[in-house]
Design a binder for this molecule. Structure first.
Ligand SMILES: [Zn+2]
Length: 154
């Protein structure tokens, strides 16, 4: 999926999840979800996050493959437990939620996602090609939902 589709879906997830974290700062909460949603593609050299963190990306790319361990549930689980232990609060949960939102929609593409990599080889996938017309329809739908949410806030 494209970066902007991940960001749009993450914003919808942030809106849906925020009600369960009434004490969270809405801006920090949303920001962490967006960061979390950008993180998995650190395993793809051409992604937006890899352009921003070239050294980290080069290291990760030398050790893993695209949509391997960085597209499994183990990294967000690790992030959640680590941040929960160190910081407490909602920070780990927000990052992990954003991260999982990325995996959810990547699983709709033909390449798919192996959520339990490397334990299983079970790969969930769908028909939506990255940067295709159908993805653009999905993105337009997400942006429509975000406008609807925004309109309700005014
Ligand atoms: Zn991805």
């Amino acid at each position: 999926m494209m970066f902007k589709t991940h960001m749009a879906f993450a914003l919808v997830i942030a809106y849906a999840a925020y009600r369960f974290f009434p004490d969270a700062n809405v801006f920090v909460f949303t920001f962490l979800i967006l960061i979390g949603a950008a993180m998995p593609d650190i395993d793809n050299k051409r992604s937006k996050i890899s352009q921003k963190a070239k050294m980290v990306s080069a290291l990760i790319n030398s050790l893993t493959k695209h949509r391997g361990i960085f597209h499994s549930v183990f990294i967000p689980l690790g992030i959640y437990f680590l941040l929960d232990m160190i910081l407490g609060g909602y920070y780990g949960m927000a990052l992990a939620l954003g991260y999982l939102s990325h995996l959810m929609i990547d699983a709709m593409t033909p390449l798919g996602v192996n959520f339990l990599h490397p334990i299983t080889t079970l790969r969930l996938h769908g028909p939506i090609e990255t940067n295709s017309f159908v993805e653009k329809i999905l993105l337009a739908g997400l942006v429509g939902i975000l406008f609807f949410i925004g309109a309700q806030m005014i």
